[in-house]
Design a protein around this ligand. Structure first.
Ligand SMILES: *Cc1c(COP(=O)(O)O)cnc(C)c1O
Length: 488
């Protein structure tokens, strides 16, 4: 399988695309064609088998043994035998993507990426040790640390804003085990961390210096195809489970409702549809940062608005990077249009798509959003009705699904993607159900468990009882020196 950039005619192998992450013209890599899949052949198969069936089509440079081995290792860390089970309550079906080591859906992809990266380095004959450098506002950093921890041939360095992540997120990172992991707080906000990392990536002489010490920088961010492709898998897995549970007959349509930030998760659902999964609608759920909702309503992508901090922080995003890939597909690969649109986005903060593109998008997508008050209310309602506890991101999607149903009358079997364990956002969840509390996130973990009867996830318990291993604080202007120091 070859990949092309969304902004020019560059065409490269999967192994190169995984190592590069982003194209040199600034574009994202997309598959040259969508492979098709025989859905029927997936019936009764395990997560791992379906994962192989999907992934080998996109990563055909790996042998069957290699790729199967990666899959076994990556998903052995998940706490549910099904890896991503679908849990039903009446007409709600929740695809739980949070049974990995950090309790959020990013584990699905970040458990695979390290193997795809080291495997790609071997294919490309890269001798240097891969140094994954990441700035995080919380979730990605921890998932990258877990994914790369003790993976041979890699080091991982994560910078986080000292006062810009939640208590639980901070504790998750500072207690991270592994000989190759480095966690550093900086005296700035997330933008400072991200700018620092970008500067390091673009510093030619620093990269040369690292190369002399047998290090090469790489990125684990969500535009890497090595993160996108593993996310296609669970759309098929959920469908196959619905058939097995006799909720659907093979070939029936299905909807997916996706709590969306960077547009990676829902784009993977679009890819599944292009490969032959009978998806009727992909329902894109936003929080109060509703740029995408406005786009689906008007056809104009406009990020000019205040940025809001919400109870679903992983969706607090004004520029959904992966949206560029959708534009590529619905414009039939019109790279000139995309370059112009992305330039407009930088210069004016907005761009518009043609009527025909908008029409195509409307056939596959529906956009909705959910306010902060509605998010809390939804957590409470679902708990009161079913005793089932949603995290705030999933609650946004559940509410948008309700709105969708009452607006369209569409009764198609619909799956809501559940992207985080409620224990990861304990305070918001606890207060939504039981009212205000003086206690902080960490103290509320056991309170939430006691009052709802839920079991505290093992990894979280372990975290609470672990010592902080990473206490380095770095000035935001010293990040380069800090990287050099932790690698020596
Ligand atoms: C990252 C994340 C999202 C958003 O997913 P995108 O692929 O960025 O759209 C939603 N929920 C949770 C919990 C996340 O961590």
């Amino acid at each position: 399988m070859k990949y092309v950039s969304t902004r020019s005619e560059q065409s490269i192998l999967a192994s190169e695309a995984v190592l590069k992450g982003i194209a040199s013209d600034g574009g994202l890599f997309v598959p040259e064609v969508f492979p098709s899949i025989d859905l029927k052949s997936m019936e009764d198969k395990s997560y791992q088998d379906i994962c192989y069936q999907v992934m080998h089509l996109f990563f055909d440079e790996f042998s069957k043994e290699e790729l199967s081995g990666y899959i076994q290792k990556a998903y052995s860390k998940f706490k549910d035998a099904k890896v991503t089970p679908t849990i039903s309550h009446d007409s709600y079906h929740f695809l739980e993507l949070f049974h990995g080591p950090t309790l959020a859906f990013k584990d699905v992809a970040l458990s695979m990426l390290p193997y795809l990266m080291t495997g790609s380095a071997r294919i490309q004959d890269v001798q240097d040790e891969i140094v994954v450098l990441t700035a995080t506002s919380g979730d990605t950093g921890k998932a990258a640390l877990e994914g790369f921890s003790d993976v041979e041939g890699t080091q991982v360095v994560v910078f986080y804003p000292e006062n810009g992540v939640s208590t639980i997120q901070k504790k998750q990172m500072t207690t991270q085990k592994g000989d190759n992991v480095h966690v550093v707080a900086i005296d700035g906000n997330f933008d400072d961390a991200q700018n620092g990392v970008k500067t390091i990536f673009n510093d030619g002489s620093f990269n040369e210096l690292l190369h002399k010490k047998n290090h090469v920088l790489s990125s684990a961010n969500s535009i890497n195809i090595g993160r996108l492709v593993p996310q296609i898998v669970y759309y098929f897995v959920s469908y196959v489970q619905a058939v097995k549970d006799r909720q659907l007959s093979m070939g029936d349509p299905i909807n997916f409702v996706v709590p969306t930030g960077n547009f990676g998760n829902i784009l993977a659902g679009y890819y599944a549809k292009q490969m032959g999964l009978p998806v009727h609608k992909l329902i894109c759920a936003s929080n109060e940062n509703n740029v995408l909702y406005d786009f689906f309503t008007t056809g104009t992508y406009d990020k000019n608005r205040p940025f809001k901090l919400t109870s679903s922080p992983s969706m607090d995003i004004l520029i959904s990077s992966n949206f560029e890939r959708l534009l590529y597909h619905v414009s039939n690969g019109d790279t000139q249009f995309i370059r112009q649109a992305m330039d407009d986005l930088v210069a004016e903060g907005k761009y518009q798509v043609s009527e025909s593109m908008k029409k195509k998008i409307d056939m596959d997508f529906y956009g909705g959003y959910c306010s902060e008050a509605e998010t809390a209310k939804t957590i409470q309602n679902i708990y009161n009705k079913y005793g089932y506890v949603l995290d705030p991101h999933t609650a946004v999607a559940a509410k948008v699904y309700e709105d969708y149903k009452s607006e369209t009358g569409d009764e198609t079997y619909s799956v809501v993607l559940s992207t985080a364990s409620p224990f990861k956002f304990t305070k918001s969840v606890y207060e939504a159900i039981f009212g205000p509390s003086e206690k902080d996130d960490i103290s509320l973990i056991s309170a939430l468990a006691e009052e709802t009867g839920l079991k505290i996830p093992e990894d979280l318990l372990q975290m609470c009882n672990s010592e902080d291993l990473h206490t380095t604080l770095c000035f935001k202007d010293d990040m380069k020196a800090c990287v050099e120091h932790v690698l020596s």
